[in-house]
Design a binder for this molecule. Structure first.
Ligand SMILES: [Mg+2]
Ligand SMILES: [Zn+2]
Length: 244
């Protein structure tokens, strides 16, 4: 009998576009792209990256809300949330993104009461003050060595409890530290390529319906052989790191 727990990225995973990137694309001065390059190259962490980028944004509440409301959602996400709820599978969203964005997107999906920052989702926090985004990082970890805005590996270690397997769903570079704490990853590109390069057990997914089908198999006790094998035989690189 297994008792899975699911950790899930937000931008580009639950939404089909990265909302922070869209905010920067449409509402920021172009210098944000130079800062993005530093982050992609690993020269700065996501916390410093977000702080510096969001300082370039000037907007109004109505402009920001219109943008957020234009972002498409994974078509099967709502059904997936109902599935994990009925199956009593813990499902936690961990995101470098902004709580005001996540709240609004979830509310639009009909999940008004489902989460707030620190309950069901863990993210950076932002308020719009006189046209500027005031940002803070309630889930940056003290012992984080990556400079994370939201330290995904620290949250997974803190929240996973006795659950097995630890499933991770994500799409991108912001998941590169989090996936090392997972037993199995459902990934869109470019995260899928990262997992394959680093021998992290993973499968591609197109929509949340694919993840739901796989979890239903776990629940039914007939985990796909390749997954069971992959998670059992794996020496977690992250564990090796932490034992130093
Ligand atoms: Mg993402
Ligand atoms: Zn970190």
């Amino acid at each position: 009998m297994t008792s899975p727990i699911v950790f899930c990225d937000f931008d580009g995973t639950i939404t089909l576009a990265d909302v922070t990137d869209e905010i920067l694309n449409r509402l920021s001065r172009p210098a944000w792209q130079e800062i993005e390059q530093l982050w992609m190259g690993g020269e700065i962490g996501s916390r410093q990256c977000l702080e510096r980028q969001l300082a370039l944004v000037e907007t109004s509440a109505s402009e920001l809300n219109t943008l957020i409301d234009s972002i498409p959602l994974d078509p099967d996400f709502l059904q997936f949330v109902q599935f994990v709820h009925h199956s009593a599978i813990p499902f936690l969203v961990i995101s470098d993104g902004l709580d005001l964005v996540i709240r609004r997107v979830l509310a639009r999906a009909g999940l008004h009461r489902w989460g707030r920052n620190g309950i069901h989702f863990y993210s950076s926090a932002a308020r719009l003050v006189k046209g500027r985004l005031a940002i803070s990082f309630p889930h940056a970890a003290k012992d984080c060595v990556h400079g994370c805005a939201t330290c995904k590996p620290a949250l997974i270690r803190r929240l996973k409890g006795e659950h097995w397997p630890v499933i991770y769903v994500g799409d991108g570079l912001s998941d590169r530290y989090g996936v090392r704490e997972a037993d199995f990853v459902y990934a869109r590109r470019p995260l899928l390529d990262f997992c394959r390069e680093h021998d992290i057990p993973s499968r591609p997914f197109t929509t949340f319906a694919d993840v739901e089908r796989a979890l239903a198999k776990w629940q039914g006790g007939e985990a796909a052989a390749e997954m069971a094998e992959a998670t059992r035989s794996r020496v977690t690189p992250a564990l090796a790191e932490h034992s130093l």
